[in-house]
Design a protein around this ligand. Structure first.
Ligand code: OFO
Length: 169
C-alpha cells in the first residue's frame, strides 16, 4: 500500500516525466527542421527514455495498490535560437528534474516508505547519468561555436546513440 502523500508525489512526477517527453519531442521537431538527423536521433532516444521513466512510476503506483490520476500536460516551448540554446535548456530541465526526484525522496523518507526510497534511487542515479550526458554535448557545442563543419561532425556522432529500454527499480 502507498500513502496518499506518496501517491500524490508520484502522480505529479509522472506528469513531469510526460512533460519531459513532450519537451524533447518539441526539440526533436526543431532539429528536424534544421535537417540535423543526428540531433533528431538523440532527441528521439531522449523521448523514449522519458516515456519509460513515466511508465516506470505509473506501473509502480499500480503495483503498490495506488490509484492513477493523469494530469494535464503543459505546452512545451517550440522554438530556440540555436542547437547550443537547446542544450542549455536540456541541462536546465534535467537539473530541475533531479531536484524533483530529490523532493520525492524527501517525501519517501518522511513517510518512512523504504520501498519507494529503493525504487527512487534508480531515478536519482539515472539523473546523474543524464546530466553528465547532456553536459557532454553542451560542452562540445560551446567549443564548436559557429563552425558548421564541426556541428555536422557532432551531428554524425549523435546519430550513433541507440535506445536501450531501462530496467527500472
Ligand atoms: Fe526522466 O529523466 Fe530526464 O528528465
Amino acid at each position: 500500500m502507498i500513502s496518499e502523500k506518496m501517491q500524490q508525489a508520484f502522480l505529479e512526477q509522472i506528469n513531469k516525466e510526460l512533460f519531459s517527453e513532450y519537451l524533447y519531442l518539441s526539440m526533436k521537431a526543431y532539429f528536424a527542421n534544421l535537417n540535423l538527423a543526428g540531433f533528431v536521433n538523440w532527441m528521439d532516444v531522449q523521448v523514449q527514455e522519458e516515456h519509460a521513466h513515466a511508465m516506470g512510476m505509473f506501473d509502480y503506483v499500480i503495483q503498490r495498490n495506488g490509484k492513477i490520476e493523469l494530469f494535464e500536460i503543459e505546452k512545451p516551448q517550440n522554438n530556440w535560437n540555436s542547437p547550443l540554446d537547446v542544450f542549455k535548456a536540456v541541462l536546465a530541465h534535467e537539473e530541475y528534474v533531479t531536484s524533483r526526484i530529490n523532493a520525492l525522496l524527501d517525501v519517501a523518507e518522511s513517510e518512512k516508505d523504504r520501498a519507494a526510497i529503493i525504487f527512487l534511487n534508480w531515478y536519482l542515479k539515472e539523473q546523474v547519468e543524464e546530466e553528465a550526458n547532456v553536459g557532454g554535448v553542451l560542452a562540445q557545442l560551446e567549443l564548436i561555436g559557429d563552425d558548421k563543419n564541426a556541428l555536422l561532425a557532432l551531428d554524425k556522432e549523435l546519430a550513433q546513440r541507440t535506445y536501450v529500454a531501462p530496467v527500472i527499480g
